[in-house]
Design a protein around this ligand. Structure first.
Ligand SMILES: Nc1nc2c(ncn2[C@@H]2O[C@H](COP(=O)(O)OP(=O)(O)OP(=O)(O)O)[C@@H](O)[C@H]2O)c(=O)[nH]1
Ligand SMILES: [Mg+2]
Length: 364
């Protein structure tokens, strides 16, 4: 019990009256003891290299953290893991919401674990930051895979922008590979720019589609068609089979109109059902054929080297932008020049030049 002496607080009622302890020091000690300490970096690295998924999870949490201390630790872990990475097959899976990506990944992932593979599932979904939709969705859609000892599922990292989310996923791939995962599946929603980001971190890019009313190619961005290595028409079950087969023919025809790929690979089309598991083995056969080809013609290494350079430049771009927009003087100047542009007292280019000159002068 303590006797309050200070009179400076308006909350003190009467001097000399003892107050009960507000905190229980025993409880605090217990909490402190039981609170998990962040394990040393070396312990996490050793754990990852031994295939320990708890260590992997914790290291990914460090990657996702915005705390500079955590980021430093994450970088040390990534550097230590790099020599042990690069050994997996990275597959990107895209498609509009509801096409069945998560259901497909659940059965496809199970198919791979049955073949003795270790499968990691990551996601790039900047929208999940706001809705947390994919986090909840994936945990329930992948309930069997999530329990498998050879599977590791990590929902999309959160972040304010796609660049940040994509970087975190890219770094998580390195850790998953060092942890011994041989197939990495990366799910992304087929809207916005996220498929471009995923395409630049995977070896094989798969587009999931569902058969529509015969206008299959409507609304598909040309950019996606140029990226894909295979199109799977999902939900080819029940009354949908005929429509799915027609869609397959149409996609096949469309894909042939695109210029030949640098990989030498001719994109394939097929139908499948994530519900009945029909066609799931076909896609793995297709992917295996692809890897045989790109290993033989060395496109595999070439593409990975290109991707590494892409991520290096991407990171520089990102950091420069962050540095620029985080300068209080610059944001102030931006606001005032924006007003001038809106009032037509200065041209947008001259305004941009003023702001940039100011930045370069101060941060040479
Ligand atoms: N009939 C049929 N239904 C399917 C099939 N695959 C998925 N579904 C259903 O389609 C709905 C959406 O599936 P999800 O796997 O959540 O789709 P998603 O593409 O991951 O969706 P988002 O995460 O929201 O982008 C669910 O109700 C599934 O049960 C299939 O092959 N056939
Ligand atoms: Mg999903």
């Amino acid at each position: 019990m303590s006797i309050r002496k200070s009179k400076s607080s308006a909350l003190n009622e009467k001097e000399g009256i003892s107050l009960p302890e507000i905190t229980n020091s025993h409880a605090i000690d217990q909490i402190k003891k039981s609170r998990k300490k962040q394990p040393p970096t070396k312990e996490l690295i050793d754990g990852i290299l031994k295939g320990n998924t708890t260590a992997l999870s914790r290291a990914i949490t460090l990657i996702e953290s915005t705390n500079p201390l955590h980021q430093e630790k994450a970088n040390q872990i990534i550097n230590a893991c790099l020599p042990h990475a690069n050994k997996s097959i990275r597959i990107g899976i895209t498609g509009v919401p509801g096409v069945g990506k998560s259901t497909f990944i659940e059965v496809f992932g199970k198919h791979l674990t049955d073949l003795g593979k270790k499968v990691a599932v990551l996601a790039v979904d900047p929208s999940s930051t706001i809705s947390h939709g994919s986090i909840l969705g994936d945990k329930t859609r992948m309930e069997e895979l999530v329990k498998h000892k050879n599977a590791f599922i990590r929902p999309s990292a959160s972040g304010e922008n796609l660049g940040g989310v994509a970087r975190k996923t890219r770094e998580s791939i390195t850790l998953c590979e060092a942890c011994g995962f041989d197939v990495i599946l990366i799910e992304t929603v087929g809207v916005g720019q996220s498929e471009t980001a995923v395409h630049s971190m995977v070896d094989f890019f798969l587009l999931l589609k569902i058969a529509g009313a015969g206008d299959e190619l409507q609304g598909i961005k040309r950019g996606i068609m140029e990226m894909v290595d295979a199109v799977m028409i999902n939900k080819a079950d029940g009354d949908n089979v005929k429509k799915a087969n027609l869609a397959k023919v149409e996609f096949n025809r469309a894909l042939h109109l695109f210029p030949k790929k640098k990989s030498g690979w001719i994109p394939t089309t097929a139908t499948c059902s994530a519900l009945t598991k029909e066609g799931i083995d076909t896609i793995w056969q297709t992917i295996s054929n692809y890897f045989e080809l790109v290993n033989a013609n060395h496109y595999f290494e070439e593409k990975r080297k290109e991707q590494n350079l892409f991520w290096m430049i991407e990171t520089i771009d990102q950091q420069l932008k962050t540095h620029f927009y985080n300068q209080p003087k610059i944001t102030e100047l931006l606001e005032s020049t924006k007003k001038e542009v809106q009032n037509n007292t200065i041209s947008p280019f001259a305004a941009a030049q003023i702001v940039l000159d100011n930045y370069f002068k101060n941060y040479d």
